[in-house]
Design a protein around this ligand. Sequence first.
Ligand SMILES: Nc1ncnc2c1ncn2[C@@H]1O[C@H](COP(=O)(O)OP(=O)(O)OP(=O)(O)O)[C@@H](O)[C@H]1O
Length: 225
Amino acid sequence: MLEARDVKLAFGQTPALRGATLTVAEGEIVAVMGPSGSGKSTLLHCLAGILVPDEGEILFDGTRVDRLDETRRSTLRRDRFGFVFQFGQLVPELTAEDNVALPLLLGGTRRAAAVAEARPWFARLGLDGLELRRSGELSGGEAQRVALARALVAKPRVLFADEPTGSLDSLTGEQVMDLMVDSARAQGTTVVLVTHEARVAAYADRQVVVRDGRVHALAAARSTS
Ligand SMILES: Nc1ncnc2c1ncn2[C@@H]1O[C@H](COP(=O)(O)OP(=O)(O)OP(=O)(O)O)[C@@H](O)[C@H]1O
């Protein structure tokens, strides 16, 4: 359902992707590993319609994402994709609850309905009682769980996670990964997970490695049962 075909992209003179090909199946959790600077984040940004490749194709459900204009890519991202980044990127002025409700509000849902949909995520992710906190009043792990709820609340088809545990200690990182994988599986969300940590990649159904801007297969990770 999501595919990069022979994608090339350079930042000025720096080639970041040199013919990257990756196919992700519906509901699959794929970990993208590889050394620093190999092109992992750039590949994720291309798949998510944030960056447009210089060459090659990005397909989502048969649509050429790379051919959509910025407005349509932005709508696609808002309506079909969810994002979790290393530092949560919560809106500091908003409460945790409003941060989670935000994608629904941006999609046109009225506030009361958006908050009503956001609320159950707090119990689901072990965040009970934190609904009215602002992001500065949350621990790193709590903030990442709020960011996860925000990424999943609109039931995206694909969750893009770029080093989602990068700022967390290993135990907190494991809790976030457990919740991410369980929640994604529960609603059938496909996940593209960029990480350089083998322990985090082990949560995926499949691991690939990016080296010098190209994608290489790796043996299947743990079973999905
Ligand atoms: N906005 C940018 N402007 C210029 N060069 C960039 C930009 N973003 C990435 N690059 C370069 O493109 C290459 C690939 O970067 P990318 O961030 O995709 O790698 P990465 O594998 O995600 O690295 P890391 O694990 O360190 O995050 C690197 O050489 C990087 O310096």
